[in-house]
Design a protein around this ligand. Structure first.
Ligand code: URA
Length: 207
């Protein structure tokens, strides 16, 4: 099947999943993305899908591919510290990636690979139904929030993620932890974003 047909097939399949467990099973049985053939594991999610706050990164790296969990390597450890700074843990947040299979050598996923994986992460968000969505890094903001400018400009303002089923989820685009490891001076920008997230979660709890 050509890749375009796989993207169509992915959309049909993702729609069929009625629960996150079903979605994971469908994804595990889906052979339409070539990234699956080079990855060791499916990296579906970590954390608590009922938490009300969902973080979405780009794609698994080596450590994630080995463990089958998102954000367990160096950038994951930084993410854990950022979560802790606003009172969150992996039990009070849900974490996934746009792409669930490690691209070989951590190369950038191609636009077609991203298109094939997109319906699955969109359905995952829809089924988790978070009150707040946080995109980590430029690619996630592009796919889920249609960012047309660089992440340094796009980050820090509340946006909306529209699900296929018509839900509007408040979304905060912020910088990727791997970027922050390379550019520690920009941690203050991410900190501002995380304070926004904390305030939003507090408001939602109060309401
Ligand atoms: N970077 C990501 O975007 N996701 C991970 O799971 C790990 C590193």
């Amino acid at each position: 099947m050509p890749d375009e047909a796989q993207a169509l097939r992915a959309r049909e399949l993702a729609r069929q999943a009625a629960t996150l467990a079903e979605l994971r099973d469908l994804l595990a049985g889906f052979d339409g993305c070539n990234l699956k053939s080079t990855a060791k594991t499916l990296v579906f999610a970590d954390g608590n899908p009922n938490a009300g706050v969902m973080f979405v990164g780009e794609a698994p790296g080596r450590d994630e591919d080995l463990e089958g969990l998102p954000f367990v390597g160096r950038s994951g450890r930084l993410l854990d510290r950022m979560l802790a700074a606003i009172g969150l843990t992996r039990d009070s947040a849900y974490i996934a990636n746009v792409i669930p299979w490690r691209p070989p050598g951590n190369r950038t996923p191609t636009p077609l690979e991203t298109e094939i994986c997109r319906p699955f992460i969109e359905r995952q968000i829809e089924l988790a139904n978070p009150k707040v969505l946080i995109t980590l890094g430029g690619p996630s903001a592009k796919v889920l929030l249609h960012a047309q400018e660089g992440i340094l400009k796009f980050r820090g303002k509340w946006r909306t993620h529209e699900t296929a089923g018509g839900l509007a989820v408040p979304a905060m685009p912020t910088l990727h932890p791997a970027y922050l490891l390379r550019n520690p001076a920009h941690k203050r920008l991410a900190w501002r974003d995380f304070l926004e997230i904390k305030a939003k979660l507090r408001d939602l709890d109060a309401g």
